[in-house]
Design a protein. Structure first.
Length: 163
């Protein structure tokens, strides 16, 4: 998976942001990542690659959740601090932070995360609906929850997260 220059290549696919396949009778794979101590996941088909946290240029005048812009091998992309977008408390920058590159409307966007977890295979029906008490703006960002022996993983709905 490592292709040098700090990148972990993922298969190229268009962004899969609809109803999670795990809730519609099909299995799916998710990539998990940490924001602080909380584990989240996204459909692996949405991920273009994962890179080490690189130097990002601040984008002054942009929304608070826009961390900046990055020139990655000649391709300019916006980097979103996904924790701020989700309304999480301020986190300390950790060694080992990563940027998950996803392709949104044929434009790459980077998601700044604190660390990468595992890739998980989710069986049909393995993604449960998000809790009913998860309301407000944050509720639209989640399409469900996966339960493992050790963690509850909030699975993100990338379409509204990337808007």
């Amino acid at each position: 998976m490592n292709t040098g220059a700090g990148a972990e290549q993922m298969p190229e696919h268009s962004l899969n942001v609809g109803t999670p396949l795990g809730r519609t009778g099909h299995s799916m794979d998710i990539v998990t990542f940490y924001l602080g101590d909380v584990l989240f996941g996204i459909d692996i088909l949405a991920v273009q690659e994962i890179v080490r946290q690189l130097e990002v240029t601040k984008a002054y005048g942009s929304p608070e959740f826009v961390y900046g812009v990055l020139n990655l091998r000649g391709q300019i992309m916006t980097i979103i601090d996904i924790g701020k977008k989700l309304g999480l408390d301020e986190r300390e920058s950790k060694q080992g932070g990563r940027i998950i590159i996803v392709n949104s409307s044929n434009e790459p966007i980077g998601l700044l995360v604190d660390g990468i977890g595992d890739a998980l295979h989710v069986e049909p029906g393995g993604i449960k609906p998000p809790p009913a008490n998860l309301g407000g703006v944050q509720a639209v960002y989640f399409c469900g929850v996966v339960s493992t022996e050790e963690h509850l993983i909030g699975v993100l709905n990338l379409e509204p997260v990337l808007k």
